[in-house]
Design a protein around this ligand. Structure first.
Ligand SMILES: Cc1cc2nc3c(=O)[nH]c(=O)nc-3n(C[C@H](O)[C@H](O)[C@H](O)COP(=O)(O)O)c2cc1C
Ligand code: SF4
Length: 508
C-alpha cells in the first residue's frame, strides 16, 4: 500500500507527523507492507491533515485525520468515514487549472526522479537548446507578469538584465512572502522546490547570471530546510554547479534567511538586507536590473514568477497565454483565507469574479454570517464591499475598482468586522513596518493612527485630515509601503462611510 501524508508546514501544524507515525506503527505491528510518501499539501486547508491512498492506480483522499483514524484506515480504506473519494475529483481541486502547482501535493518534494517523471527539467532542457534571445522572447510572449505584487512583465525585466553590461549578474528570488493571508510561495517551496530551482536556472541561463540567492523569511523554517536540501541534491545530481545539467554554463544557488521585516520584501530593501546592510529602501533609479545586488545587474523575481517559467518553457508561450483575461495572462494561485469555509490555494486562470471566489469556491464564511468585506492583495490592498464582487480577477480590472491584486491573497471578513478598526490597523502596520527613509510614511503612518483615534473620539475635523494625509502618503512616499497604505484606509472610508461617521454623530 502507498500512503501519502503531507510534510507541508500547514499539514504538520495540524498533526500530519503524528498521523504518519501512527500509520507507520500500525503497519509495523500488523506486518503490512507500507510505502509512506511525505508529499506537499494539496492546498485544501480545511481537510488537513489529508492522507491519500493509491487504489487501483487512483489516489483517494481521506481527511481531516487524527492519529486514531489510521488503524481503521489502513485496514479498510474503502469504508472509512473520512473517505473523500478520488482526490482529483474533490470539487475544490477539480475546478482548478494547476500549471505552476501541477506537482505540488503530488510528489515527494525531494525526489528529483519523481520530479523529472512528472515533467520536471523539460523546460530547462528546452531552454538549453534555444538561443539566448529566444529564451527571453518566450517569456515575453507568454505575457507572464511578476506575481510578487507589482505585476511587471517578467520578460522585459530579464531583457534589461541580459542587455546590461558587466561580467557578473545575479538572480534573486524574493521569498519573503510578507502579505497577510498569503502562502503560495511557502507551499511551492515546500511542495516542489526543484521547480523553483529550475526556474531560477532558466533565468540565470537567459540573462547571463551564474549565481542566485533565495531570500526566505525566517518564519518559514520548513521551506528553508526543504530548499536547502533540494539545492544540495540538485548540486549532487549535476543540475546545479559548474555546468547546468552537464550541458550549460555554471549556475549555483544559496538560501539566505530574512530577519522578519515586512519592508524587506520590497526589492531594494531586500537587496540591502542580502548585502548585510539595514533593510531600508533604495531610491530608484538605478533600477536593480542595472545596479542591483552588490551593484551588479540583478533580476529580482517572486517565487511564483520564477516557478512558472519551467511550465512556459516546456509547453510554449502560446499555451500559457491562452489562459487569462485582458493583459493578465496565464494562471494565478489564489490564496483564500480569513473567515471562510474552504480556505486554501486555488490556482486558476485570471478572470474569475470575486463573487465566484468568495461564494462558490470558498463557500462563504466559516461563521455562517454574511460576508462584509474582502481584502485582496495583503496589508496594502483595498477592502472590497459586496457591491464590487463582480470585479474580475485581473491586474487592470482590480486597479479600475480602486484595488490591487498584489500576491493574490484573498482575506474574507464577516459582518462583525469593524472597518474603522481595520483602517486603523493599516496605519498601525505601516507605522510599525516603515523603514523610516521617507517622511510621508515614517511620520504619516503615526499621524494616521492618531487621526483615526481622534475620529473615533468624535473630532469632526479628523476625517478631512485623514483624507489629506492619505493623499500626501500616496503621492509623496518613496515606496509602496507608505504609498499604498492609503488603499485599505480610504477603501474602508469610501465603502463604509457610516462607520466613520458614527463616532462623530455620537459625539454631537
Ligand atoms: C513593502 C513591500 C513589500 C513587498 N513584499 C514582497 C514579498 O514579500 N514578496 C515579493 O515577491 N514581492 C514583494 N514586494 C514586491 C517587490 O518589491 C518586487 O516588486 C518583486 O519582488 C518583483 O518580483 P516579480 O516581478 O516577480 O513580482 C514588496 C513590495 C513592497 C513595496
Ligand atoms: S514609504 Fe515607508 S517603507 Fe517605503 S521608503 Fe518610505 S519610509 Fe521606507
Amino acid at each position: 500500500m502507498t500512503l501519502y501524508v503531507p510534510r507541508d508546514a500547514l499539514a504538520r501544524a495540524l498533526g500530519a507527523d503524528r498521523v504518519a507515525e501512527a500509520a507507520r506503527a500500525h503497519a509495523a505491528a500488523r506486518g503490512l507492507p507500507l510505502r509512506l510518501v511525505r508529499n506537499g499539501s494539496r492546498g485544501m486547508a480545511w481537510l488537513e491533515p489529508l492522507a491519500e491512498i493509491e487504489i487501483d492506480g487512483v489516489r483517494h483522499a481521506f481527511g481531516p485525520l487524527s492519529p486514531g483514524d489510521m488503524p481503521a484506515l489502513l485496514d479498510d480504506p474503502a469504508s472509512h468515514p473520512r473517505a473523500l473519494g478520488p482526490t482529483e475529483a474533490i470539487p475544490f481541486l477539480a475546478r482548478q487549472t494547476r500549471l505552476t502547482f501541477a506537482r505540488v501535493g503530488v510528489i515527494d518534494p525531494l525526489d528529483l526522479d519523481a520530479y523529472a517523471a512528472q515533467g520536471g527539467l523539460a523546460g530547462l532542457r528546452r531552454a538549453l537548446l534555444l538561443a539566448p534571445e529566444a529564451r527571453i522572447e518566450e517569456i515575453k510572449q507568454s505575457g507572464l507578469r511578476g506575481r510578487g505584487g507589482a505585476g511587471f512583465p517578467t520578460g522585459i525585466k530579464w531583457a534589461t538584465v541580459a542587455a546590461a553590461p558587466g561580467p557578473r549578474k545575479y538572480v534573486v528570488c524574493n521569498a519573503d512572502e510578507g502579505d497577510s493571508g498569503t502562502f503560495a510561495d511557502r507551499m511551492l517551496m515546500e511542495g516542489d522546490p526543484f521547480c523553483l530551482i529550475e526556474g531560477m536556472a532558466i533565468c540565470g541561463l537567459s540573462v547571463g547570471a551564474t549565481r542566485g540567492y533565495i531570500y526566505i523569511r525566517s518564519e518559514y523554517p520548513d521551506a528553508i530546510a526543504t530548499m536547502e536540501e533540494a539545492i544540495r541534491i540538485a548540486r549532487h545530481r549535476g543540475l546545479l554547479g559548474p555546468s547546468l545539467l552537464g550541458q550549460g554554463p555554471a549556475f549555483d544557488l544559496e538560501v539566505r534567511v530574512g530577519a522578519g521585516a515586512y519592508v524587506c520584501g520590497e526589492e531594494t530593501s531586500l537587496l540591502n538586507s542580502l548585502e548585510g546592510k539595514r533593510g531600508t529602501v533604495r531610491a530608484k533609479p538605478p533600477l536593480p536590473a542595472l545596479q542591483g545586488l552588490f551593484g551588479r545587474p540583478t533580476v529580482v523575481n517572486n517565487v511564483i514568477s520564477l516557478a512558472t517559467v519551467p511550465w512556459i518553457m516546456t509547453h510554449g508561450a502560446a499555451a500559457y497565454r491562452d489562459f487569462g483575461l485582458g493583459r493578465s495572462r496565464g494562471t494565478i494561485p489564489l490564496q483564500i483565507a480569513g473567515n471562510v469555509r474552504h480556505g486554501g490555494l486555488f490556482e486558476t486562470a485570471f478572470g474569475l469574479s470575486l463573487r465566484e471566489i468568495v461564494e462558490d469556491i470558498a463557500g462563504g464564511t466559516a461563521s455562517g454570517r454574511p460576508v462584509k468585506a474582502v481584502q485582496v492583495g495583503g496589508p496594502l490592498g483595498a477592502y472590497f464591499p459586496p457591491s464590487l464582487f463582480d470585479t474580475p480577477f485581473g491586474y487592470e480590472e482590480f486597479d479600475g475598482a480602486g484595488g490591487l491584486i498584489g500576491h493574490a491573497g484573498v482575506v474574507v471578513f464577516d459582518d462583525t468586522a469593524d472597518m474603522l478598526e481595520q483602517a486603523r490597523f493599516a496605519m498601525e502596520f505601516c507605522a510599525v513596518e516603515s523603514c523610516g527613509k521617507c517622511t510621508p510614511c515614517r511620520l504619516g503612518a503615526v499621524r494616521g493612527v492618531e487621526t483615526i483615534d481622534r475620529l473615533r473620539a468624535g473630532d469632526p475635523d479628523a476625517l478631512p485630515l485623514l483624507r489629506d494625509l492619505c493623499e500626501t502618503m500616496k503621492l509623496g512616499s518613496l515606496c509602496a509601503l507608505g504609498g499604498f497604505t492609503p488603499f485599505p484606509v480610504m477603501s474602508a472610508v469610501t465603502h463604509w462611510p457610516e462607520e466613520f461617521d458614527r463616532a462623530r454623530v455620537a459625539a454631537e
